[in-house]
Write a protein that binds this ligand. Structure first.
Ligand code: ATP
Ligand code: MG
Length: 195
């Protein structure tokens, strides 16, 4: 049997309980063997705000998943110079794949809508199936301009947490306890990230 690996990509600035919950529900309910968290290097979108150093975003992700036996984190995007594209990541992963695993890609509904605008979107969608999760304010709907995309919706409780809100809260001196894993909260406080 091939291993089913779901990629959970994101800026993770910072990683929060929304990311972790959707990854875990997908693992459990969509029958994935492992979840591979891939913090982005220098994402093409998100040029509106200063992005935290990749090493800090990687470390927060590592801390967040450390106690989960089926969660892993990859440096593949943060070690690649220049802008990060999913197309390049999938090419790199597939070239190392000896046929022992199938890749899936987890996306929130907001990010799914954006797929047609990815670099080489037509090629990426031939290689991966998407596992799409609703998000407060966004429902999962077929992509009108990309009907051939393969995806399945994974139902789960919605959780209204975003990294943007967490950054704002830290900046305003408000608590983020229970919005992020405790080691991530401590890391943010210690290094004065976002404040
Ligand atoms: P930001 O506010 O900085 O955009 P974010 O909370 O949206 O941060 P990202 O790193 O941009 O987090 O998202 C990574 C992936 O996780 C995307 O596919 C996004 O749709 C999904 N995601 C993030 N938060 C949630 C949530 N609360 N519910 C469902 N999906 C989510
Ligand atoms: Mg986002």
């Amino acid at each position: 049997m091939k291993q089913k690996i779901a990629i959970m990509g994101g800026t993770f600035d910072p990683i929060h309980l929304g990311h972790l919950m959707i990854a875990e529900m997908v693992r459990s309910d969509a029958g994935m063997d492992r979840i591979l968290f891939i913090p982005s290097g220098n994402p093409p979108h998100k040029q509106d705000h200063e992005i935290t150093a990749p090493e800090d975003r990687f470390e927060m992700t590592r801390l967040a998943i450390a106690d989960h036996p089926y969660f892993d984190v990859s440096r593949i995007e943060i070690d690649r110079p220049g802008t990060t594209y999913t197309y390049d990541t999938m090419r790199a992963l597939n070239s190392e794949n000896d046929g022992s695993c199938d890749y899936y890609f987890i996306l929130g509904a907001d990010a799914f809508d954006y797929v047609p605008y990815w670099k080489e979107a037509e090629k990426v969608i031939q290689e991966v199936q998407f596992l799409v999760v609703a998000r407060p304010g966004y429902t999962v709907a077929p992509l009108a301009n990309m009907p051939q995309v393969r995806y399945q919706t994974v139902e789960m409780p919605q959780i209204d947490i975003s990294s943007t809100e967490i950054r704002n809260r830290v900046r305003e001196g408000r608590s983020i306890r229970y919005l992020v894993p405790e080691p991530v909260r401590a890391y943010i406080e210690e290094r004065k990230i976002y404040s």
